[in-house]
Design a protein around this ligand. Structure first.
Ligand code: NDP
Length: 486
């Protein structure tokens, strides 16, 4: 008897683009200084591009030294009055900012995705809600500062300079501004040159919230603007998130000066899967750990450590799951992996991936159709990686995961700690005691158990070793913005 083959049905998603008609961007944005939009002293404007299309979105002013001085003067003048406000009044401004972020959430999410390339699903469900949550959280701390630091007497530091990267533009701005303002400081924020737009919309929100002039200034620009801000007299504290190289430069520039400093730098975080883990759940965590935001995440689980007994099974499951990732238009609500943030970043990823192949690791990249324009890199998995390979050592900051194996718990700990970084780690196991034992042996600022890339404003985040120092989030995030009496 012959049987007819069953019809195979291929399911696919229909396009689901997010509407953009509610977004009202201006053609040109100035600097936000002293409570209003200002022209830059040197009249320099640069285009910000959509990395998914390479099309310009808007022109943005770049701040030079005279603008930095002007912003510092305004912030210095505003600081004593801001600090002298009753704590609950300062809290009300932060609440207002948080509410306004929520009100404008749809617009902010679309702009974040257009300017940075991340999938809308992430900007809508992670970046923007978490940015609002950080303002809410620190609004709650503004009248309880002493209780966040063991009931000691506290005072603000003064004027803080804050430099943020392009991977979570609004969220990083919120991480920096919310605790600084809650503590009574005034702040000057420099967004990254490829993603200034949501910071400039935040400037509008500060105006709408009637934040007193000078409490927040926003100075878009390039690395030179950042370097000028860091070195300017009149800055009492610098808070930086970005590459270890620039972090080192900033630390050297501030050596011998009374300026306080926190650095949140790179990482090469280990995501460790033990043989007793729930493997399907671990696969989801691995995917979220490395392909979330195209791997442009300082704490990305870019070194995947798998126990030898399950390596084949787990890689087969992971590879199958990777094949289902949807790469493409970041504004499509079904997209999992969006555009690489810039041509420079794409080049860095390609260089490191080529080094992985040259050094003998086995590369697998998922087959998918990439858009004609824009910057793209398909999710990639490397096996047969040795701990000395560049792809096991250096931060790739892209959708690329390097797999290493281990036999015993001790070996897993040793391999995980064998890094000049120490930002984060993940542990996948069914055994609670094992998770705690391993977590306490890891030199990593954040350790997730049976989850990954889970962020919460109440939890401290920060690194060891070349991943920097200082903590952001929760009560620990107040300390870097306060003078604390001994
Ligand atoms: P950078 O460290 O150069 O940039 C971070 C921020 O610092 C940006 O606002 C940048 O401005 C500014 N900046 C640059 N140079 C200076 C300086 N000398 N003094 C003060 N501020 C400065 O990171 P990149 O954007 O160039 O990315 C390079 C690599 O760094 C990535 O491939 C990745 O590996 C890593 N990285 C790590 C991040 C993390 O969160 N750990 C975040 C971003 C990058 P501008 O945008 O104009 O350059």
């Amino acid at each position: 008897m012959t049987t007819e083959p069953r019809t195979s049905i291929v399911w696919d998603y229909a396009p689901a683009p997010e509407a953009t008609d509610h977004v009202r961007l201006r053609d040109r944005y100035g600097l936000f200084i002293d409570g209003a939009s200002r022209d830059p002293a040197e009249s320099r404007y640069e285009q910000t591009l959509n990395p998914a299309t390479e099309q310009p979105i808007a022109e943005v002013a770049w701040a030079g030294p005279a603008d930095v001085t002007r912003a510092i003067d305004s912030a210095r003048a505003a600081q004593p009055k801001w600090a002298a406000l009753p704590d609950r009044e300062r809290a009300k401004y932060l609440f207002r900012i948080a509410r306004l972020i929520q009100e404008r959430a749809r617009e902010l999410a679309v702009v974040e995705t257009m300017d940075g390339g991340k999938p809308l699903r992430e900007s809508r469900d992670v970046d923007i809600p978490l940015a609002a949550a950080h303002f809410f959280h620190y609004a709650g701390w503004a009248d309880k500062l002493r209780y966040g630091v063991n009931a000691r007497e506290v005072a603000p530091l003064g004027v803080v300079g804050q430099i943020v990267p392009w991977n979570f533009p609004l969220l990083m701005a919120a991480w920096k501004l919310a605790p600084a303002l809650a503590c009574g400081n005034t702040a000057i924020l420099k967004p990254a040159e490829t993603t200034p737009l949501t910071a400039l919309l935040l400037a509008e929100i500060c105006q709408e919230a009637e934040l007193p002039a000078g409490v927040v200034s926003i100075l878009p620009g390039d690395g030179e603007t950042g370097a000028t801000l860091v070195r300017a007299p009149g800055i009492d504290k610098v808070a930086f998130t970005g590459s270890t190289a620039v972090g080192r430069d900033i630390q050297a520039a501030l050596a011998g000066r009374p300026t306080s400093l926190t650095l949140e730098l790179g990482g090469k975080s280990a995501n460790i899967v033990f043989e007793d883990a729930a493997l399907d759940q671990a696969v989801e965590g691995i995917v979220n750990g490395i392909f979330f935001n195209q791997g442009h995440v300082c704490c990305a689980g870019s070194r995947l450590l798998i126990q030898e007994s399950i390596i084949e099974t787990l890689i087969a499951k992971l590879w199958r799951r990777m094949g289902r990732l949807r790469v493409g238009d970041p504004l499509d609500k079904n997209t999992d992996v969006g555009a690489i943030n810039s041509a420079e970043q794409l080049q860095r990823i390609e260089t490191l991936v080529a080094a992985g192949e040259d050094e003998g690791a086995q590369r697998r990249t998922i087959a998918c159709e990439l858009p004609e324009h824009g910057y793209w890199f398909a999710p990639t998995l490397f096996t047969e990686v040795s701990p000395a390979h560049r792809i096991a050592v250096e931060e790739i900051f892209g959708p690329v995961v390097s797999v290493l194996s281990f036999r015993t718990q001790a070996e897993a700990i040793e391999k995980a700690n064998n890094s000049r970084y120490g930002l984060a780690a993940g542990i996948w196991t069914d055994k609670g005691a094992k998770a705690f034992e391993v977590a306490s042996a890891l030199r990593a600022g954040v350790v997730w158990q049976n989850t990954y890339n889970h962020f919460d404003p109440t939890a401290a985040f920060g690194g060891y070793k070349e991943s920097g120092f200082g903590r952001e989030g929760g009560p620990a995030g107040l300390r870097p913005y306060l003078k604390i009496a001994r």
